[in-house]
Design a protein around this ligand. Structure first.
Ligand code: ZN
Length: 179
């Protein structure tokens, strides 16, 4: 704090020195310096009003073309995420099932996708890779939808995918948690 005051003082001093040539400018410059703290307080108030909402609702759709409608989802750290997956296609779950799986950083999507192929009995969630999952939905057929809620993980970049056999190649995207 002392250092900050010293710094502010030397700025004022510099201002005074600089304005020495034209005596009339002295008073206006010192007024500007006095106003600075008030502006800072106003900025703090404004940012407090824009507090991060506790819950964020996201909707992502999967279709019969083996695609998600979004390649990127964004939330903020500390938020509760309410995510709805909609299968907007018509094909049955057995032929064109979709789920939404959020993976921990560093997960090998291809390896996870391959393991999912043998996890039909567990809704395409490979139990031996459960430790690589942050959140997931059940697998849907055309016309169905489901909603899950989970706490946003720590700030960073994550990947989401559909783990229905063969879908991870086209059905994946970025899940970004902003600080
Ligand atoms: Zn899918």
């Amino acid at each position: 704090m002392k250092k900050l005051k010293l710094f502010a003082f030397s700025l004022i001093a510099a201002g005074l020195l600089a304005s020495c040539g034209g005596g009339s400018q002295k008073s206006s410059e010192s007024e500007e310096t006095k106003e600075a703290p008030a502006t800072e307080a106003a900025t703090e108030e404004a940012s407090a009003e824009e507090a991060v909402p506790e819950t964020v609702s996201l909707t992502i759709e999967g279709d019969d073309m083996m695609k998600f409608n979004l390649k990127e989802l964004k939330v903020k750290a500390g938020q509760k995420v309410s995510l709805t997956l909609k299968h907007v296609g018509k094909m049955p779950k057995a032929a064109m099932g979709h789920n939404w799986v959020l993976l921990k950083p560093g997960t090998d999507i291809q390896a996870f996708g391959m393991a999912s192929m043998n996890a039909k009995d567990n809704d395409y969630i490979p139990q031996d890779k459960a430790d690589q999952i942050i959140a997931y939905t059940k697998t849907l057929g055309g016309g169905e939808e489901t909603t899950i809620t989970f706490d946003a993980p720590a700030a960073g970049y994550y990947k989401f995918m559909c783990s229905f056999p063969g879908h991870y190649a086209t059905m994946q995207g970025d899940f970004i948690v902003e600080p």
